[in-house]
Design a protein around this ligand. Structure first.
Ligand code: ADP
Length: 427
């Protein structure tokens, strides 16, 4: 019913009461009484409506006129809402049931850092109590400083991996955090101890095998060089095979050297050897050494930054020398290799650029894998070990840097070590 109808009814009532009142000689009083009665009825209906709204879910009480028409749409909206709520509730329960059944720990945290919900698997991982710790501030309950620092940083682009030492257990945990809703966070905690143990075993195995192979190989190549030093006394038909054996022995030696160096970088704690590395001096030393070794290549230095980097001098030296060595190897004789040390967008870039043979883009994502080769024939020609870029990548990771590779087949390549500014300091 529209407000015009309601207003017309009120006018009609006022007119009728005025007419009746005039007939009895009290027109004004009659109108006032009728208006008061009208207001009283409306107040009564409003109170009923309020009461009914408080007890949601009940069918509307009977009313008359426009009031009756008001109840109907409100009631139908209420029923729709409660149906949607029930659906939402069952979805939430379903999700909670599936999270509860997971073997990984799951925690939901509100925007203030208080635990909204957690599953039972969190108990042994973080030492929380399920469900008693619901409502508590997460960082007040977890004792690991790495965890709390990571959680409070709100930078969850990379997962956290840390060694958790509890009262009677020690494990490696991986924590993934996702933002959702309005500032809420969802945490997944996984025990990765067995993966870490396997990885350590693999690393130790490679290091031990390389170490054990080194001694016999040194003896073999020692004898081979001595024999070849006196090659004029040898029957001619043995000279070529012995030269090839010597070449391969040398190749194996550099392979073992790289393998040992790689496992050392992987297991070394950078903090032990950390110092302020003067990148300018490092690059100058490297240029002098490589220019001497590769006389037909030109190495150009372009140093625009004065920053030093907190890190390990030997590791950084080996990473850049691998990059420059590759740039020379994979470029035609006599070409120029440029090394840039520049500051850009709050980051420090160490670039090695060449105008060599380049790499097809399909190979780029896999280049830093151990022994990955773009072309096997190309490799045997150059005598590489296939470990150079793996070493560079590990050095980058140990220095919180990233390795970016840009290359175009036939045009050349640029390998960039990108250091965050926090890894450095201005001299
Ligand atoms: P390798 O000892 O074979 O050089 P690396 O790990 O150093 O091993 O490099 C992996 C592969 O990447 C190389 O085999 C080569 O095909 C390619 N590569 C690396 N650097 C360059 C470069 N500057 N130009 C072209 N190809 C390159």
């Amino acid at each position: 019913m529209s407000w015009i109808t309601t207003a017309s009814r009120l006018l009609l009532l006022v007119a009728a009461s005025a007419a009746l009142g005039w007939f009895y000689g009290y027109p004004r009083e009659a109108v006032i009484v009728v208006l008061l009665a009208w207001i009283g009825t409306w107040l009564y209906q409003m109170q009923r409506l309020q009461l009914w709204l408080k007890n949601t879910g009940k069918p509307p009480p009977g009313a008359f006129g426009s009031w009756d028409e008001l109840y109907a749409p409100i009631y139908s909206q209420q029923r729709k809402n409660s149906k949607e709520n029930a659906q939402l509730q069952s979805t939430v329960e379903y999700l909670q049931d599936s999270f509860a059944a997971m073997r990984d720990g799951v925690i939901m945290v509100d925007q203030h850092g208080a635990i909204q919900w957690l599953n039972r698997a969190v108990e042994p991982l973080l030492g929380l109590r399920h469900p008693e710790d619901t409502g508590q501030t997460l960082t007040n309950l977890v004792r690991a400083p790495e965890f709390n620092q990571y959680f409070l940083s709100r930078d969850y682009r990379k997962p956290l991996q840390y060694h958790a030492i509890g009262d009677n257990r020690s494990s490696y945990l991986r924590v993934d955090v996702t933002h959702f809703g309005e500032g809420e966070r969802l945490l997944f905690i996984r025990d990765i101890s067995s993966q870490v143990r396997l990885e350590n075993m693999r690393r130790d195995f490679v290091a031990n095998v390389s170490h054990e192979l080194r001694t016999p190989l040194t003896v073999i190549s020692g004898y081979l060089s001595t024999i070849l030093d006196n090659s004029q006394e040898l029957p001619q038909r043995y000279v070529r095979p012995l030269q090839q054996m010597d070449q391969q022995a040398q190749r194996m030696e550099s392979l073992l050297k790289d393998l040992l160096w790689l496992s050392r970088i992987e297991s070394e704690k950078l903090e032990d050897e950390r110092e302020l590395v003067d990148v300018r001096a490092l690059l100058q030393e490297l240029k002098d050494e490589l220019s001497e070794a590769y006389k037909d290549a030109t190495i150009e230095l372009n140093i625009e930054a004065d920053d030093k980097v907190y890190g390990d001098y030997r590791q950084l030296y080996s990473a850049v020398s691998n990059l420059v060595f590759n740039a020379i190897k994979y470029s035609p004789a006599g070409s120029t290799v440029t090394i840039n040390w520049v500051s850009q967008d709050n980051k420090l870039l160490l670039q090695v650029c060449d105008k060599g043979i380049g790499i097809d883009s399909s190979h780029i994502p896999r280049l830093t894998e151990r022994f990955y080769r773009v072309d096997d024939s190309r490799n045997s020609e150059t005598g590489g070990t296939g470990l150079g870029l793996a070493i560079v990548k590990h050095v980058a990771v140990a220095h919180a840097a990233t390795l970016e590779i840009q290359s175009k087949l036939g045009e050349g390549s640029t390998f960039t070590l990108v250091f965050p500014n926090s890894a450095s300091t201005q001299s």
